[in-house]
Design a protein around this ligand. Structure first.
Ligand code: EPU
Length: 336
């Protein structure tokens, strides 16, 4: 248990903030001991995965626990599918590459998403037509109060768009220790997303392999999203809002270029990046604080912006989108 530790190396936004206490765990036994410590009992705790979906707005006066559980194994398989159990502290993209190397299919579209495997189900990570729920089998988590291990199946995780049980009813009650995925042994690739098709066509690839799809996704992400090693960020800052189709149709008359994806007869999903861009924020910069020039959904820290300043900018963006479109955006990033 270390005291007064800088969290700068542990958050991709590159925010300067300290943790009152900080400790790593690399086994469930370690974890149990930490959870019973006086420091945790007195101060409470926060769990850190890859630190790629948090905004630190102040020093953390709790115990910050960094998950370092490692290991990937095939626990069962038949001719069609394999169940792969992955420890929660593994880096997500390393897991994706491991699957591709082992000819196991289903996560290639989720290449290069920052963060850890344990954090992935928390917000049901998704990109380019695939969500983790599509390949999810079950997960194991330790209940903080009872120190008991519990297994959650797909239904118990209550996955939604960037949502799960662990962000809502189960918030702060469990620590995910492993996730088991059901992966295909026969390639059933999803190249339907427009941007993927464009990259494949440009490269004249007609029959893509999983590696081709992964490389295309990596290329798209690198062209749109800032690399946190160079510019601090936490990916999409807001969720894409789902609005009443009636409301969408009214707006569409005023803004004919407004994109929207029909979800149901009554609900339409609108890209928040478009709304934010229309409000004039794309490429905005004030000192070290800004909105990415190539993707308006991503707020950035050029060097020394404060978490509270980024939070205030996100409030200004929320207000301008509300005023112009009467749409209330929801933050996707966890605010600490
Ligand atoms: N758009 C704009 N201006 C912008 C950004 C986007 O007009 O500055 C519009 C365009 O119409 C574009 C559409 O938004 O066609 C969609 O943009 P993009 O394909 O970049 O996807 P997104 O909806 O902005 C979502 C996820 C990303 C994920 C991509 C690809 C959310 C909150 N974000 O972004 O996930 O990589 O789709 O599937 O759903 C993340 O969660 O951190 C993340 C990066």
């Amino acid at each position: 248990m270390q005291e007064n530790i800088s969290l700068l190396p542990y958050n991709t936004f590159g925010i300067f903030a300290n943790a009152k206490y900080f400790t790593l765990f690399s086994s469930t036994e370690d974890l149990k001991n930490i959870l019973q410590s006086t420091e945790v009992k007195t101060n409470g705790l926060c769990i850190l995965g890859g630190g790629s979906n948090i905004l630190l707005t102040k020093d953390v006066d709790k115990v910050v626990l960094k998950n370092e559980l490692k290991g990937i194994e095939i626990i069962s398989q038949n001719n069609e599918v394999a169940l792969v159990k992955c420890a929660a502290g593994e880096v997500w993209h390393s897991f994706v590459l491991w699957c591709i190397e082992n000819n196991l299919y289903g996560v290639e579209n989720l290449s290069l998403i920052p963060g850890t495997v344990g954090a992935a189900p928390m917000q049901n990570i998704g990109a380019y037509g695939v969500e983790i729920k599509d390949v999810f089998f079950e997960l194991e988590a330790m209940q903080i109060d009872s120190l008991q291990m519990k297994t959650f199946n797909q239904a118990q995780c209550e996955f939604g768009y960037r949502e799960s049980f662990f962000k809502r009813k189960g918030k702060d009650q469990y620590i995910i220790t492993s996730v088991t995925f059901q992966l295909n042994k026969k390639a059933n690739l999803n190249a339907s997303y427009g941007a993927i098709q464009e990259v494949l066509t440009a490269k004249q690839i007609e029959n893509p392999t999983a590696k081709d799809i992964s490389n295309a996704v990596i290329e798209i992400r690198q062209s749109k999203l800032p690399d946190p090693k160079e510019i601090g960020n936490a990916g999409s800052f807001f969720k894409n809002p789902e609005i009443a189709t009636k409301h969408f149709l009214v707006l569409k008359k005023v803004y004919p270029s407004m994109p929207g994806y029909t979800l149901t007869e009554y609900l339409t999903k609108v890209p928040a990046g478009w709304l934010i861009e229309q409000c004039g924020w794309k490429g905005f910069r004030k000192d070290d604080l800004g909105v990415h020039a190539r993707q308006a959904l991503v707020l950035v820290n050029y060097k020394q912006a404060l978490g509270a300043e980024i939070y205030n900018l996100s409030t200004q963006i929320l207000e301008s989108v509300k005023n112009k479109f009467d749409i209330v955006l929801e933050r996707e990033v966890n605010i600490w």
